[in-house]
Ligand binder design. Structure first.
Ligand SMILES: [Ca+2]
Length: 185
């Protein structure tokens, strides 16, 4: 490449890096589900609207009055249940785009199929939307139930994502993938 003009060398190098990145990404699955794209919903989980939310909507456990000041058991098993298709067997990292009220309103239970509940959240970022790293879940190819359930009031969910990449870190709203999501007719 020494005799090639610098600009051309740059273009070739950029294309090569792009092709390599595409190859690496080709083996990666990303499933993005809107909070409001649930199969079923049970109160106190509820839908809310917001101009800044992806799709204009999110789901939440509305703030109770009085809001718990300590870590107490949830008042109900309100949840949103999602029907999600894994295109292949694999370990998937769950991420959720959440907004927490405070330290007593900063988590959900995550229940995959009949497995025991795990927790997402408990971080210290409050009152703004941010991606929260959740559990790693093993999924076989095919359809699964994913339940996001009340653990604390004041917790909001805009989107969640399952990805086979351990390196991918979401920073903004993700494009939903309706091909992996079933809803009642
Ligand atoms: Ca949303």
């Amino acid at each position: 490449m020494r005799h090639l003009p610098y600009a051309l060398r740059f273009v070739i190098a950029t294309a090569a890096i792009g092709a390599l990145a595409a190859l690496v990404w080709a083996g990666t699955t990303k499933i993005v589900v809107e909070g409001e794209a649930y199969y079923s919903i049970k109160p106190s989980m509820a839908v809310a609207t917001s101009e800044v939310a992806s799709g204009g909507k999110y789901v939440q456990i509305p703030l109770r009055r009085p809001h718990a000041a300590t870590e107490t058991d949830p008042a109900d098993d309100g949840h949103a249940k999602y029907r999600v298709k894994a295109p292949a067997d694999g370990n998937y990292r769950l991420w959720a785009l959440c907004s927490w009220y405070d330290g007593c309103g900063n988590s959900f239970f995550v229940i995959v199929d009949e497995n025991p509940a795990t927790i997402i959240g408990q971080d210290g970022t409050y009152q703004r939307w941010h991606w929260v790293k959740g559990p790693r879940v093993q999924l076989s190819a095919g359809w699964h139930w994913i339940k996001i359930q009340n653990r604390e009031d004041g917790a909001k969910l805009d989107q969640f994502m399952l990805t086979t990449s351990e390196r991918y870190v979401p920073v903004a709203k993700e494009a939903p993938t309706p091909e992996f999501i079933a809803k009642p007719q």
